[in-house]
Design a binder for this molecule. Sequence first.
Ligand code: NAP
Ligand code: 8YV
Length: 316
Amino acid sequence: MPAPMPANVMDALDRHFTLHRLWEQGDPDAFLAERGPQIAGMAVSTLSGMIDAAWLDRLPALKIVSSFGVGYDNVDAAAAAARGVVVTNTPGVLDEEVADLAIGLLLATLRRIPQADRYLRAGRWGDAPFPLSPTLRGRRVGIIGLGAIGKAIARRLDAFAVSVAYHGRSQQAGVAYPYYDSPVALATACDVLIAIVPGGAETRHMIDGAVLAALGPDGVLINVARGSVVDEAALIAALDAGTIGGAGLDVFADEPNVPDALLAFDNVVLLPHVGSASQATRAAMGQLVVDNLIAWFDGKPALTPVPETADLNRGQ
Ligand code: NAP
Ligand code: 8YV
């Protein structure tokens, strides 16, 4: 384990395996040089940094990387597959939680809930009523990435009686929401854009200045995907110029660093990457990290391999 993980993960791994905590080693490089060739499994999270080809090369006996989180852009899955290493993630246990947060962030951004709270606490209510906010009513919401979480968000939006459309690499059979074949086309047709695609090279900056311009001056961007999906400089420029109406961001390009320019905007709500961060959901994600390792080293297939390594998933 390169970096600390939730207590339920570390406790369970201590019970089932010999767990090496790399951050507790006085000289991590010397430790890896000596013990790396014996390491058969890894448990990682975004705190572990990028698990890339160079990392994998230090662990020649590695069989499986069990990653905490459904997004696995922190692991080079292609490099793992090339070395016969299975990678697992934690799908299915966090969809509803992240969708709840996305809707909360959307409402907080449009109705300015954090700003209203700050206004009251500052003792300003007695001076004048809080300024009127934009509304969700009558909005057209575009979802970029109508996957497991995107669909959970869409189900919630149906109950809010707003229209939903989506973009992905292709139109999905059996999905009735209108499909747009590019982010610009979706943004043109909508005035709320919710990003919930995987991170990585393929989606880097897919929400750029042109997409934000298409969203328009009343438009609101909600990013619960990855910071890399949005061109942060273009977003700051659009907010500065007033060419979009506001943004709600749970993820950033260089976490945990957030540009000062974003902190300065009053029409932006900022969260410290808490989409899945309830006690119950994080515990379920941690359990799945553990269960994947237990299954594999019991000689069974891992429970939730990522697509790039699914063919390798035959069990230890
Ligand atoms: P998923 O079920 O695999 O869905 C991903 C969706 O993105 C699919 O509908 C896919 O549709 C679309 N997509 C993939 N690559 C694309 C591309 N290059 N261009 C356009 N669309 C693309 O994944 P999920 O479980 O919903 O999770 C999605 C992502 O949310 C994760 O990978 C993670 O980065 C992020 N996430 C964030 C938090 C948080 O705390 N903020 C929590 C959980 C997840 P097509 O295959 O049709 O293109
Ligand atoms: C986690 C996430 O907060 O699942 C994901 O892709 O972004 C979040 O659920 C993150 O992975 C923590 O390491």
